[in-house]
Design a binder for this molecule. Structure first.
Ligand code: GLA
Ligand code: ZN
Length: 713
């Protein structure tokens, strides 16, 4: 049992007890909701349940024990079972150099635990205390203009500084030694939203060392970066500087390697934190919270250092047009699940509104349920918020929170949060299931950096992410589960692999693509594929390079780019036509069968859509960026041919998202209605409601989310 130290008590009265609230029997309804796969590893073994709660920053309220007491009462009322504590608390944990004060934290964690609320304990490295920043300016970040930051803000430390690393290690070690054995602490939350780059001399020196290790000799580096062009040849390692707007931006190999290095260096920093907390008790899992569409780092590279992926999701809902937003966030939930190929955690979301967007819009009635269940439907084992209680002052005082400045539970937001908490309790067994996809969509960050960093063929927007989204939306619309993979992932187990705009082919991926198709897989490729190798050097001897030309059975001779107001068309043999935009690859079949041709321009009548038999499989090539209907029709056809798993037998109504989670015994069907209208959905046979009632047709209010289950036959 964990005993509270006597000193510095915050709560006037400490009532001990057991964690009775979360240990009670869960409601029994549908038997299938109680089933799980014993073999499935729990993310947080100390509390293997669906987590509901969020960031809790009691360090702001230590002089208000009445509020801290009230917080616990309100958490229980909101069906909250888990909070993330200490994220930005460094100044309270180490008020002056070397003087730690953890008693207040211990009292709060214990108090929470005794009330059945578990703690995700953060390391505080996301914001350095003022005293430290002032005494050690070298830990402040240097921006791309090569000017060092003043004290202020957060997420702005240098990742290389030996002093900062040492301070972080000492703090994390002390926290872990004190709290790893606490029965209430279930997970480490490393820092907060690692982000940004530092251009200080220490980071630049580390970059040079990283390059030396990668290339061995300067000759090799000069060759790989093609520095002879414009006389940019380096004759000494010390001449290499990070790419900055007023310096070198024309050597694309340098730009790409800098981005790779930044990811490497942040992971290296994160390892210091990870190792410090793991030293006390390796069994407590670690995570760090990722962000939406985060361009600066390659998140897939973090996967081996983290036990659980978590992320912060803030969709910007509007009065109309929420379906596209829902599809977009579905994709990002899928990215997060796919990074480790296992359930993830939704670490933050807003219960109502944000305060950092141009317009701070409230969620419409129901939207909190639909958007929360969407995360779970795509593989989250939690719904967490920023933050539990609204700050009274400073920059986030108007950000939505479970408890408003008003302080009571009789608010719409509080009731919405409690309703989600109750629903999550009822579907707790879902944590013992996962999303199992037969389709992989390649979305590779290094490829994205390279495509967007190149000059041409469309500097007004080459739209890699939009192209990936176009393919994703078609599958999402049909309720087909999809994994998002990068060029380092294993693709051998899928039926269908979609690899749009595979411009940069990283060493080894072309072999896996070839093997995949040879062994019977279906590959979809597009324009802008196989142009450069992993160091951004163009393939000689014809595109798609690295042997992919054989797989697609064609040669890509040239590329025409279109202005925003220019279009072309794709004509199929049966007369159907689809609009095309942005880029048209001019291709010549070398064995591939032509399924469609260009309708306009000097290449009218030439191949625009092809398929090639390669080994036991087939490879399709779409030579341009099509309108949505093209992807819809293509995947509709392939879903039938390949008997792809779908959540429903038919198309869900427009705006309703249908998702599946499953284990060996049970399938869970999630329906989220983002259409803004009442919807009826016919369910496949055998599904029942949470209460165990058979359901043939689901009735969904606007923005409602519902879950059904059936046993596998
Ligand atoms: C991020 C941060 C939080 C908070 C929220 C506000 O996700 O991690 O600390 O600032 O944004 O939306
Ligand atoms: Zn630095």
């Amino acid at each position: 049992m964990w005993f509270l130290k006597e000193k510095k008590r915050i709560f006037p009265l400490f009532k001990g007890g057991t964690a009775e609230y979360n240990r009670r029997e869960r409601p029994v309804g549908n038997r299938a909701f109680q089933k799980g796969e014993a073999a499935m590893k729990s993310l947080t073994p100390k509390y293997p349940h669906m987590l509901h709660g969020g960031d809790y920053n009691p360090d702001q309220w230590l002089d208000r024990p009445d509020i801290l007491e009230e917080d616990i009462r309100l958490m229980k009322e909101a069906h909250i079972n888990c909070v993330s504590v200490g994220i930005f608390a460094w100044a309270k944990l180490e008020p002056q150099e070397g003087v730690y004060d953890f008693d207040w934290l211990e009292e709060i964690i214990t108090r929470l635990y005794e009330n059945g609320i578990y703690t995700v304990l953060a390391t505080p490295s996301g914001a350095k205390p003022v005293w430290m920043s002032e005494q050690h300016p070298e830990i402040r970040r240097v921006q791309a203009n090569l000017v060092r930051d003043e004290t202020g803000g957060r997420h702005n430390h240098c990742y290389t500084s030996p002093y900062y690393r040492e301070k972080v290690k000492a703090m994390d070690t002390a926290l872990a030694q004190r709290f790893a054995s606490h029965p209430g602490v279930i997970l480490w939350h490393l820092s907060n939203e690692y982000g940004g780059e530092c251009y200080c001399p220490q980071c630049q020196a580390a970059f040079r060392r990283w390059l030396q290790e990668k290339y061995g000799t300067l000759d090799n580096l000069n060759h790989q970066w093609w520095t002879t062009f414009w006389s940019h040849t380096y004759t000494d390692w010390e001449q290499i500087h990070a790419p900055v707007p007023h310096g070198e931006t024309s050597v694309h190999g340098l730009t790409l390697d800098w981005k790779r290095f930044v990811t490497h260096q942040v992971i290296d920093f994160m390892k210091v934190e990870r190792d410090a907390v793991k030293a006390a008790d390796p069994s407590i899992p670690v995570t760090t919270n990722f962000m939406y569409d985060f361009y600066q780092y390659n998140y897939f590279k973090f996967k081996d250092q983290l036990d659980v992926i978590s992320w912060d999701s803030y969709p910007q809902w509007r009065n109309e047009g929420n379906v596209e937003t829902a599809a977009d966030f579905a994709l990002w939930h899928d990215v997060m699940r796919s990074i480790k190929g296992q359930p993830f955690l939704l670490m933050e979301s807003t219960p109502s509104t944000t305060n950092w967007t141009p317009v701070s819009k409230l969620k419409k009635p129901g939207m909190h349920m639909a958007s929360s269940l969407q995360a779970v439907a795509h593989g989250s084992n939690s719904v967490q918020y920023f933050q539990f209680r609204k700050s009274r002052g400073s920059t986030e005082k108007f950000h939505g929170a479970v408890v408003d400045h008003y302080g009571g539970s009789d608010t719409r937001v509080f009731r919405d949060v409690a309703a989600v908490g109750q629903r999550l309790e009822a579907i707790d067994a879902v944590t013992q299931s996962d999303v199992k996809a037969e389709v992989a969509l390649v979305f590779d960050m290094e490829n994205r950096w390279a495509i967007e960093g190149a000059a041409g063929p469309r500097n007004c927007g080459i739209h890699y992410a939009e192209q990936v989204r176009a393919h994703y939306r078609a599958l999402w619309r049909m309720g087909i589960p999809v994994d998002i993979v990068d060029e380092e992932c294993d693709i051998s187990g899928y039926k269908l692999v979609i690899a749009p705009m595979l411009y940069l082919l990283r060493a080894g991926f072309e072999e896996r693509l070839k093997a995949f198709v040879e062994n019977g897989g279906i590959l979809i490729g597009t324009y802008h594929t196989g142009l450069v190798n992993e160091n951004d050097l163009c393939y000689l001897g014809g595109w798609p390079g690295a042997g992919l030309g054989e797989v697609f059975g064609l040669w890509h001779e040239d590329t025409d780019a279109l202005w925003d107001d220019e279009h072309n068309t794709l004509r199929l043999a049966d007369g159907r036509e689809y609009g095309l935009k942005e880029i048209c690859a001019l291709i010549h079949p070398r064995g591939a069968q032509v399924l469609g041709t260009y309708g306009e321009d000097f290449y009218q009548g030439e191949a625009a859509l092809t398929v090639n038999q390669y080994g036991k499989g087939r490879a399709y090539y779409i030579a341009s960026f099509g309108e949505d209907a093209l992807y819809r029709d293509l995947y509709q056809k392939l879903a039938g041919k390949l008997s792809l798993k779908r959540a429903l037998e038919d198309l869900p109504p427009q705006g309703v998202e249908a998702c599946l989670r499953e284990n060996g015994e049970v399938q869970y069907l999630f329906l989220q209605n983002f259409s803004g209208r009442q919807q009826q959905v016919s369910l496949p046979q055998g599904y029942a409601s949470l209460e165990g009632e058979p359901v043939q047709e689901a009735s969904l209010a606007p923005y409602d989310g519902q879950v059904f289950c059936r046993e596998k036959r």
